[in-house]
Design a binder for this molecule. Structure first.
Ligand SMILES: NC(=O)C1=CN([C@@H]2O[C@H](COP(=O)(O)OP(=O)(O)OC[C@H]3O[C@@H](n4cnc5c(N)ncnc54)[C@H](OP(=O)(O)O)[C@@H]3O)[C@@H](O)[C@H]2O)C=CC1
Ligand SMILES: O=C1O[C@H](COP(=O)(O)O)[C@@H](O)[C@H](O)[C@H]1O
Length: 506
């Protein structure tokens, strides 16, 4: 349990409401916060403490994992929450902030530790850092940590600028860059499955693995987020961060110890080994971008991307992105990693599928049995589990071979109520554990890789493939995998009952 004053910049915003406040409540209920903490909500609009606490209650009621009622437990939780109107661009406000922080620090016996959470648009990050220093917020005893949200820049040059601004004030070790996928239970489980079991690691290489597929599909459209998304697109919104991070976790070498820097060093080696694209033609051959047009999802008609209110009606921003990625090192030479993500796809799901090579000599071929490859599937989100597909004899037959599943359904056992990524990450930042936050060199290398794609795409728009909402993206996305003799394995989503592992006996 760590004592700290949590300063939430952007406390009236969507992220704070949907993720951060519910995370505080769960941490409190699970006794991870203890009693020596305070939370100061900061934003420009005026709010009294009472109004802020009412907003807090509503957000927890709507989004938290625990039920909440206005009882004694609530009273003792909410007394830790305070609000201060503050314009980040005005340093004078930071003096008041210092006074309130000191007052709460004394009242709750915190000892000077401060965690600054920037739930803000990234253009404000530099000014906040500067004014935190100028306003005297970083002086005194205890630690000061900065938690920042994605997107971390728009490309490598803008990310470098942002980083330089922040680094004028904070050391790298005190900066916690959020990639909330790293906070997901099953992403963290990938390392455990890989490094705590005897039978996966010997197979984890190009001798036995044919390809790895990472799918991050969403049923939601862009809705009211067009202001941000239309400038970003799927490649920057998901590809540069969540998808490449998951790829790195799958591909990294075992670290010598489970120390944050050792783990991040191994991920950096993966990023350095990514085969960068040299020409626009290479980019076109290995990537696909698409944009949804109107279609039907879950039986309901939905508008196309360009028809969304918050989007430019002539937008060429991609809402779907797929790529064939190679990690040019000893372990992975020749193994394609296929990654894809899209909005308005038929299912909300994140899955990582490892497709193994077939046995070297199929002794069953004479019986006309084409063996299905073994699959190991990490089901990340929203269902959580690990799934293994193997070939077995169908009972009662002369030797008919069928694929069967070994299915560890984590969410069936512990429910969908496992800690949310934000809870875990907030807790880790407060404890000073940066394992599941991205280090600057990872972020920079990921931008370097993605920038090549973005700039090749920027040169032409002819290859923006349109796909109907409710489908699995453009046909070209299927071809990308088929060209290598593979296919996307169907993923299991929560939203679409018809999407399932149709070839597996459950
Ligand atoms: N929402 C989400 O689910 C996710 C968000 N993110 C990232 O988190 C960050 C915040 O996103 P989100 O909450 O959606 O954004 P919102 O636009 O909903 O909130 C922005 C917040 O910033 C405050 N703010 C804006 N300007 C100032 C200023 N000059 N001084 C003080 N406060 C200011 C606003 O309050 P006020 O107007 O009162 O000043 C508001 O509280 C972004 O970087 C976003 O990309 C990342 C992943 C998911
Ligand atoms: O970072 C983002 O992630 C969400 C998807 O997150 P999930 O945890 O719900 O899978 C995505 O909708 C959003 O566009 C992106 O900014």
């Amino acid at each position: 349990m760590t004592s700290a004053v949590y300063l939430i910049f952007g406390a009236t915003g969507d992220l704070a409401r949907r993720k951060l406040f519910p995370a505080f409540y769960s941490m409190y209920r699970e006794r991870k916060l203890g009693d020596r903490f305070a939370v100061i909500g900061l934003a420009r609009r005026p709010r009294t403490n009472e109004q802020f606490r009412d907003d807090l209650y509503e957000s927890i009621q709507e989004f938290a994992r625990y039920n909440v009622t206005k009882d004694e437990q609530w009273d003792s939780f909410v007394e830790h929450f305070h609000y201060l109107p503050l314009d980040i661009n005005n340093v004078d406000g930071f003096k008041k902030l210092r006074e309130l922080t000191d007052e709460l620090d004394g009242k709750f016996e915190i000892g000077g530790n401060k965690l600054f959470y920037l739930a803000l648009s990234p253009e404000l990050f530099g000014n906040v850092s500067h004014n935190l220093k100028a306003g005297g917020m970083l002086e005194g005893t205890g630690w000061n940590r900065l938690v920042i949200e994605k997107p971390f820049g728009y490309d490598l040059p803008s990310a470098e600028k942002l980083n330089a601004e922040i680094r004028q004030v904070f050391d790298e070790q005190d900066i916690y860059r959020i990639d909330h996928y790293l906070g997901k239970e099953m992403v963290q489980n990938i390392n455990v499955v890989r490094f705590a079991n005897t039978f996966f690691e010997p197979l984890w290489n190009n001798k036995y693995i044919a390809n790895i597929q990472i799918t991050l599909s969403e049923t939601v459209g862009v809705e009211e987020r067009g202001g941000y998304y239309d400038r970003s697109g799927a490649l920057r919104d998901m590809g540069q961060n969540h998808m490449l991070q998951m790829l790195a976790v799958m591909a990294m070498e075992p670290p010598s110890r489970m120390h944050p820097e050792d783990i991040r060093d191994e991920k950096v080696k993966v990023f350095r080994s990514l085969r960068g694209f040299q020409t626009a033609a290479e980019v076109r051959a290995n990537t696909v971008r698409g944009q949804y047009v109107s279609g039907t999802l879950k039986g309901k008609p939905v508008p196309g991307y360009r028809e969304e209110d918050s989007v430019n009606p002539e937008s060429t921003t991609e809402t779907y992105f797929a790529a064939r990625v190679f990690v040019d090192n000893f372990r992975w030479a020749g193994v394609p990693f296929y990654i894809r993500t899209g909005k308005r796809l038929p299912a909300k799901t994140t899955e990582v599928v490892v497709e193994f090579k077939n046995v070297p000599n199929n002794v069953y071929l004479s019986r006309k049995h084409k063996l299905e490859p073994n699959l190991l599937v990490f089901r990340i989100n929203p269902m959580e589990g690990i799934y293994f597909k193997i070939n077995a004899k169908q009972p009662g037959t002369e030797g008919t071979i069928i694929p069967v599943a070994m299915d560890f359904c984590q969410s069936c056992q512990v429910g969908l109520n496992t800690p949310e990524a934000y809870e875990r990450l907030l807790y880790d930042a407060a404890r000073g554990d940066s394992t599941y936050f991205t280090r600057w060199d990872e972020v920079a290398l990921a931008w370097k890789y993605v920038d090549k794609i973005a700039s090749a795409w920027g040169e032409r728009t002819e290859d923006l493939h349109l796909y109907a909402a409710g489908t699995w993206g453009p046909e070209r996305g299927q071809q990308l995998v088929a060209e290598d003799g593979f296919r996307w394995w169907p993923v299991q989503g929560q939203d679409e009952g018809e999407v399932h592992w149709e070839f597996v006996q459950r």
